[in-house]
Design a binder for this molecule. Structure first.
Ligand SMILES: Cc1cc2nc3c(=O)[nH]c(=O)nc-3n(C[C@H](O)[C@H](O)[C@H](O)COP(=O)(O)O)c2cc1C
Length: 192
């Protein structure tokens, strides 16, 4: 049994990003994995302040201690697979997801690539345009961290505007189902 963490960067707790992440997690749960969804939006996450204390101290912690980032870093380091989900905001991730990427990414990197060889997958919701750029931003987090990126039968995007609209995007939903199958397949392979 592997541990899978999904991070939702949408300020809508039950919006389209949540729907897609939930489809993946539910399927992975059925395969027998331990799953957890973390909502980071609306939690007042600071951006990185470039203090470089994480690089000096090398204690696997961010020096900003008054938000949830250190708790997130601990959960990420204990997981086997990490799924980052974000809506498309002006053709990129939400500001909360960007703060998460900068802070978690820098601390993990400063401490010898703490997420090395874990699996990573990006999930993006979008109304119309900019999803691929958002997808790329999320994948940059995985690929500089020496993580293994898992793909699906299309880029991992789902289309919708109002919360829940994405259920009408049958190709998007099928993409999430296939992504879950591929994550499970790889988790099984690397557990041996
Ligand atoms: C501030 C803001 C910026 C947005 N920018 C874009 C955009 O660049 N392209 C697009 O297609 N949709 C854009 N949208 C729409 C969202 O990406 C879309 O509604 C998405 O499904 C929301 O996902 P969620 O329900 O998980 O929050 C934007 C929405 C907001 C609130």
């Amino acid at each position: 049994m592997a541990k899978v963490i999904a991070v939702n960067g949408s300020p809508r707790y039950q919006g389209n990003t949540y729907v897609m992440l939930n489809i993946i997690l539910e399927k992975l749960k059925k395969y027998g994995h331990q799953v957890e969804l973390i909502n980071i939006a609306n939690k007042k996450i600071n951006g990185c302040v470039a203090c470089y204390k994480c690089a000096d101290r090398k204690n696997k912690k961010c020096a900003i201690e008054n938000d949830m980032i250190n708790e997130c870093i601990e959960k990420l380091t204990q997981s086997d697979a990490i799924i980052l989900g974000s809506p498309t905001y002006f053709a990129d991730v939400t500001s909360d997801m960007k703060a998460f990427i900068d802070r978690c990414g820098f601390v993990c990197r400063a401490n010898g690539d703490l997420l090395k060889r874990k699996l990573g997958a990006a999930v993006v919701s979008v109304r119309r345009g900019g999803a691929i750029h958002t997808f790329d931003t999320l994948n940059h987090f995985f690929t500089i961290a020496q993580m293994i990126v898992v793909g699906s039968c299309y880029w991992n995007i789902g289309i919708g505007r109002a919360p829940g609209d994405v259920v009408n995007d049958s190709e998007g939903i099928a993409t999430m189902e296939t992504l879950a199958e591929n994550i499970n397949w790889l988790l099984d392979k690397i557990s041996n």
